[in-house]
Design a protein around this ligand. Structure first.
Ligand SMILES: NC(=O)c1ccc[n+]([C@@H]2O[C@H](COP(=O)([O-])OP(=O)(O)OC[C@H]3O[C@@H](n4cnc5c(N)ncnc54)[C@H](O)[C@@H]3O)[C@@H](O)[C@H]2O)c1
Length: 323
């Protein structure tokens, strides 16, 4: 049994806690947060509460850490945990900068880090992957992804690291829609070039990062991708994709995958405010502890490269960036 510690007891932490509780080979042993209020709800439980990450690292009973902290801390926390021989589950983005990511890839133990891109495991994602790999409808010609969510002033002001380049690394792309970008290489093939523009339409003066990204992607084998994502909407509408094959078009909308009006698969969704996070954390974390199946930093290289290239292109007025 592996004793796990949650590091960062904020919004995403309950999904990690519930997932650890469901896995067979891990047990929630400790929690860590620098904010004492975040630890309050754990104090009457049979858990060790740490307010300092170094104490977590020095606790030899802890076998794994779940890094659920702000983006700017991920890289340093991963490296320190690996040095202490601990297993790591890290929330996306696995690193905040391209430089950190490149160094992480050279780390001798990078393959021991499980990165959280849980939407890869959604039933509809798996169904699309199957259809693409088996060429059920012929070859893929193009993929369109459109996601319109809402992140308002209150969201950004609820935690001090949000909306700031130095601590979040970017906005809508690095935080919310890296999951969407990940579908392109995960489902179809590597992204080879990007042209992108970003904007802050709805929160000027509130955040210094983008709320909207528009990108044109070229994938290997000539497939093109349209990527339109924004946090400037008034609701969190489920993601919408259209995948054009030689012989059919697949649509994913309202959490259902269909073609020609026939539903092929459905994603179960949690009810409530955070339904858009999906239900696949539990599967990802159980796969890691119980089956030793997971994605490590090297397995998401094209997604990370594409994400940093989109920012580079946007900084250069939409210039094409080759990956
Ligand atoms: N996979 C997903 O779908 C998904 C969804 C939401 C958030 N996330 C990711 O989860 C991470 C956390 O996001 P969140 O929304 O829970 O943030 P949050 O701000 O709600 O929580 C972060 C917590 O980390 C704590 N913290 C800060 N510095 C710390 C330190 N040095 N040591 C220990 N704790 C520290 C803060 O006090 C806070 O409680 C981010 O990387 C985010 O991108 C992923």
């Amino acid at each position: 049994m592996i004793n796990a510690c949650i590091v960062g007891c904020g919004a995403i932490s309950p999904l990690h806690i519930n997932s650890i509780e469901k896995s067979e080979n891990a047990k929630l042993y400790a929690v860590c947060d620098i904010n004492p209020q975040k630890l309050e709800k754990f104090r009457d439980k049979d858990l060790i509460c740490y307010d300092n990450y170094d104490d977590v690292l020095n606790d030899n009973n802890i076998g794994s850490v779940h890094i659920c902290t702000p983006h700017y801390l991920h890289y340093e926390m991963i490296i320190k945990a690996l040095e202490k021989g601990k297993k790591v589950v890290c929330e996306k983005p696995v690193t905040m900068t391209d430089e950190e990511y490149k160094i992480l890839l050279t780390h001798p133990h990078q393959s021991e880090v499980c990165v959280v891109l849980q939407n890869r495991l959604n039933p509809c994602t798996q169904k699309i992957k199957d259809i693409v790999e088996n060429e059920t409808y012929g070859k893929v010609l193009g993929l369109k992804a459109v996601v319109t969510w809402q992140r308002d002033k209150a969201y950004y002001q609820s935690e001090p690291w949000r909306g700031i380049k130095k601590t979040e690394g970017g906005g809508a792309l690095i935080n919310q829609f890296v999951h969407t970008l990940d579908y392109f290489p995960y489902l179809i093939s590597d992204i080879k070039s990007v042209r992108a523009k970003t904007a802050n339409f709805s929160l000027e003066g509130v955040i210094e990062v983008e709320d909207t990204v528009c990108a044109y992607l070229t994938l290997s084998s000539g497939v093109t991708g349209i990527f339109l994502v924004t946090n400037a909407h008034v609701a969190n509408t489920p993601p919408e994709f259209e995948i054009v094959f030689e012989n059919a078009t697949l649509r994913y909308a309202d959490n259902c995958l269909s073609t020609g009006g026939v539903i092929l698969e459905r994603d179960e969704i949690e009810t409530g405010k955070k339904a858009y996070w999906g239900l696949s954390h539990a599967k990802l974390i159980s796969n890691f502890y119980d089956k030793n199946i997971y994605f490590c930093p090297k397995d998401i290289k094209n997604t990370m490269d594409a994400m940093f290239s989109i920012y580079k292109s946007a900084d250069n007025n939409g210039k094409e960036i080759l990956l």
